[in-house]
Ligand binder design. Sequence first.
Ligand code: NOJ
Length: 482
Amino acid sequence: MPTTRPSGRQFAADFLWGSATASYQIEGAATEGGRGPSIWDTFSARPGAVLNGDTGAVAADHYHRVAEDVALMQRLGLQAYRLSIAWPRVQPDGSGAWNDEGIAFYVDLVDRLVEAGIAPVVTLYHWDLPQPLEDAGGWGNRETAYRFADYARKMAEVLGDKVTVWTTLNEPWCSAYLGYASGVHAPGRTEPATALAAVHHLNLAHGLAARAVREVLGDAAQVSITLNLHVTRAASDAPEDVAAKREVDTVANEVFLQPLLEGRYPEQVFAQTAHLTDWSFVQDGDLELIRVPIDLLGVNYYSTGKVRRGTPPVGDGTPGPDGHRSSVVSPWVGCDDVEWLPLPGPHTAMGWNIEPEGLTELLLDLHRRYPGLPMAVTENGAAFYDEVSADGRVHDLPRVEYLHDHIDAVGAAMDAGADVRGYFVWSLMDNFEWAYGYDRRFGIIRVDYPTGERTLKDSALWYRDLVATRTIAPAETAATLS
Ligand code: NOJ
């Protein structure tokens, strides 16, 4: 995959460079320090749920290696670190008692970051719901949103102004549709109507939590949400293909963007899902609560998709052309006649096509729709089956090329007016890639399993130099860095 975009672009001094992880994907120590079970502990124990039977029980062992990991971030010169808090570590039942030992873990981590001059960008929910809340209905139950707001309030009280950005939710699309429709993510339920209720309760949870954080910390608190907005193209200009794309946009993007930023649900979603639900879970006043002003919109971007009128992706767990593990139930709720097409060109080990232009397009589209809305690319990166070379290094040129082209694509969007404040590589280190376990690696730092030993890949050295110079160097130079 040779780079196709020019090198040499320089970014302004106030652009924030970081890297991202998530609690269940790296921490391990799943039963230590008073942590309660999350839906991912339960789900990954289910035979066949995760590739190779992998679980996050040990993961990258970050829980025991915090000092080493923060030192590595410093070595890379990171200006920001996007981490997530495991709710069941700080409140094992998801309601009631707090776990002081779990809270102390995050206080220590955040203190170390601040001490190291690295801005903590904290996500409150990156998919590890306390199991007792799932037992009570999970995101299908409105009560979960209120429990989430209590937890958000507590974290704001505990971590206070040491946190640079508070992100309520990461990719609620995945929580709702992969968790409750296709069931390829925890909790593994296949109930499309519940998935739509989950969409709304996640939106509500965001609104309540954002308000709780501001009540504690005042307007100075920077509040955000991170969405995985889908860049989907219609296979042709034929009205039925264009309509298929619109159906996908509606359930993938509009059911989050419109309530969060405009205070309404798109009319189309009611018709599109009328056979599943009457949306009576939306109560009076909810939309006012959801539309809380945000300081930053987090955008996660990896790939694009292509659709036409046809049959939705259903199958047996192998990756579908929509980029997700297939299931007997499609995650594309309300898109009953939409077919996903395989895309030509280079792909990562996830089977996702590589199209940096999609990121420029997405950021510019958001800029046009919501002028003045500050954004950050809170995730972008590539999985490959990295190998350690004879010289002991990981020469991950395809990942460097991916980052090179996508970072340039962010710059192109900024040139055209998009207000993008920062960029976070996914991921700081190899980790538990959800339903795919450990065999595909996203890290710029290699993690050896099971020893947990860390090695900086060439991509990490290249990124270190980018952060230091704010200039995109040619990808091929990465192998010569030390
Ligand atoms: C999005 C998710 O937020 C993250 O947890 C995941 O590992 C990456 N995408 C890659 O799939």
